[in-house]
Design a protein around this ligand. Structure first.
Ligand code: SF4
Ligand code: SF4
Length: 199
């Protein structure tokens, strides 16, 4: 089943590579930028966790120890958390780099591109407001992409909201088409309560 999921990931990666190429004039992702790996919940399905664990077992002990202590710290912090949506920095983020990059989840692969709201509106990644993706064509005062700024770039492709929401990409149609099962879905840190620590 994991091989079929990997086939799906290859299919997805090909699409995402194309979308990122199309949106290149507006995308400022670079090595060392890790804002999208912080202060979030990171939804993961069972198959994504199984795949991620394949990457984990290849890591050296020192890296595993860091991840393990990150997981412990997050779980401790959660115990005293009072709100209704506990957020944390991803435990696999070490020195602003992903320690399991090839094995990362679906949500990690899509971040940085706009999606489309049900009403058709363009949903720009939050890092736009921090001077990153799409900030070169975004009008903060009007809270929308500026057609004028886009025109000035004379791009091949305009900013576009792709159908790449996590809900869509983990849709049962893909399970049927590629013959695997996503399984249960929950925030990344929740998996470490049931699967034990990473040691
Ligand atoms: S999506 Fe935004 S926050 Fe994430 S790496 Fe790219 S520029 Fe940085
Ligand atoms: S798995 Fe890697 S890419 Fe995904 S949030 Fe964690 S550090 Fe970032």
């Amino acid at each position: 089943m994991l091989n079929n999921y990997i086939t799906y990931l290859n299919f997805l990666n090909e699409k995402l590579d194309k979308f990122f190429r199309q949106q290149k004039p507006y995308v400022f992702c670079k090595k060392g930028c890790s804002r999208c790996c912080r202060h979030a919940q990171f939804p993961y399905t069972s198959i994504e966790i199984t795949y991620l664990l394949q990457g984990l077992i290849k890591l050296d002990k020192e890296t595993l120890d860091i991840i393990s202590s990150n997981v412990d710290r997050i779980l401790e912090e959660e115990k005293t958390f009072q709100g209704d949506r506990f957020r944390y920095d991803c435990p696999f983020l070490i020195n602003d780099a992903c320690s399991v990059y090839e094995y990362r989840g679906i949500v990690c692969r899509t971040f940085g591109l706009p999606t489309q709201a049900p009403d058709g509106a363009l949903l720009i990644p939050f890092c736009c407001y921090e001077g990153l993706n799409y900030s070169n064509v975004f009008d903060i005062d009007k809270n929308k992409v500026s057609e004028e700024k886009v025109r000035a770039l004379n791009p091949e492709f305009e900013p576009y909201g792709y159908n790449i929401s996590y809900e869509y990409l983990t849709n049962p149609d893909f399970e049927r088409g590629f013959n695997f099962s996503f399984g249960e879905r929950k925030p990344l840190i929740e998996w470490f309560k049931t699967k034990g620590n990473v040691e």
